[in-house]
Design a protein around this ligand. Structure first.
Ligand code: HEC
Ligand code: HEC
Ligand code: HEC
Length: 272
């Protein structure tokens, strides 16, 4: 091969890979999806019943339970254009836990798990100047300035895994985040379409957007377990101690005991 044709080949490869990586995997999949009549039918029903969620400003109870809706961050995933930042409402048993997790785990980590594609999981910045970029895990040697207890006992203060406020564990492929942000052309177009759409059009938008998604997230054990965990928590910055605590989590074991949806959870059982 001549030097020139070699360069031409490299250029061509760059062009191809550039064109492929320009669209996140989730977008590629939803655009390629074929929507069945059944799915569309379900979406129609959902749209009919769908209520835009309005938070009540004035409520009768005291301020203790009043929480302001989380501030909308600069760069957000597409999902929060329609879903609240704390999106889980239906399952009374686990919703507060799932909502807690959505503060540090991207929706797509749990809801976008395409078959036959091995995704990688990294920290992704959602906010600030670094928004949209992959972040290195928190350094295990991070010491909080002035914290004597940490050095005295040779222990670290219990820190969240997130290396940056607002960072989330998100799915990547070949180093690129596979999810769509609200500021992408596709997301902005979708938001405009959604606003102007009638119910029939909304059903079709809903069906397409959710076609690559799973209705249910993974079980607690998918992440909180030593066996085949979905996430490599060590690579995400967990110390050995944190790793053990997360893999043998009391709350998770407590949840695993409830098999049927209508079983009431009893806090007293947590100590068993
Ligand atoms: C354009 C609006 C819109 C966007 C954007 C959107 N959703 Fe939804 N989603 C809906 C509607 C409408 C429903 C039907 C249930 C309801 O009324 O809340 C729904 C339902 C769901 C459900 C329940 C299962 C199902 O398919 O009905 C899941 C899970 C879900 N969305 C996750 C996501 C995730 C994850 C994202 C981001 C990748 C996302 N949604 C983006 C509007 C949206
Ligand atoms: C840690 C995993 C996890 C994350 C992160 C997560 N979900 Fe879920 N999600 C679940 C599970 C598990 C269920 C099924 C709950 C059930 O019915 O038991 C669910 C169900 C849902 C449902 C349908 C049930 C309901 O309560 O309305 C919607 C809508 C939804 N998720 C949206 C989202 C959105 C939007 C995000 C991101 C802001 C998100 N989820 C992040 C695990 C997760
Ligand atoms: C997609 C992976 C994933 C799933 C699914 C998941 N978790 Fe977690 N969970 C995590 C990660 C990662 C953390 C650690 C966050 C941190 O420390 O910053 C965590 C933290 C927790 C914590 C806090 C631990 C502590 O000591 O601070 C509890 C409790 C917990 N999860 C319970 C649950 C329960 C109950 C379920 C199922 C209903 C569940 N998790 C499902 C990934 C997951």
């Amino acid at each position: 091969m001549t030097v020139n044709s070699h360069y031409a080949l490299v250029f061509l490869l760059l062009l191809i890979s550039g064109a492929v990586s320009a669209k996140p995997l989730y977008q590629q999949q939803l655009e390629a999806a074929t929507i069945s009549d059944k799915t569309l039918q379900e979406a129609r029903k959902q749209i009919k019943e769908h209520k835009e969620i309005k938070l009540r400003a004035k409520i009768a109870v005291g301020p203790f339970h009043k929480r302001d809706e989380q501030k909308i961050q600069v760069k957000q995933a597409l999902c929060t254009g329609c879903h609240l930042a704390l999106p889980h409402r239906k399952n009374k048993r686990n919703r507060s836990f799932m909502n807690m997790h959505s503060r540090y785990i991207a929706c797509e980590t749990c809801h976008f798990r395409p078959k036959d594609i091995q995704l990688e999981y990294h920290w992704l910045a959602y906010d600030g100047v670094e928004a949209g970029t992959m972040l290195a895990p928190r350094s295990v040697t991070t010491v909080i300035p002035g914290d004597k207890s940490a050095t005295r006992k040779g222990q670290q203060k219990k820190m969240p895994l997130a290396p940056l406020v607002g960072a989330r564990i998100a799915p990547f492929l070949n180093g690129e985040a596979v999810l769509l942000f609200k500021d992408s052309d596709f997301a902005q177009q979708t938001a405009r379409d959604w606003k102007e759409a009638d119910n029939e059009q909304r059903a079709s938008i809903k069906a397409r957007l959710h076609s690559p998604l799973k209705e249910q997230g993974p079980a607690c054990k998918a992440c909180h377990s030593k066996k085949n965990p979905l996430l490599d928590l060590k690579a995400l910055g967990a110390t050995t101690k944190q790793l053990n605590a997360l893999q043998r989590n009391t709350v998770v074991r407590f949840f695993e005991r409830y098999k049927k949806d209508d079983e009431r959870i009893r806090i007293g059982n947590i100590l068993k």
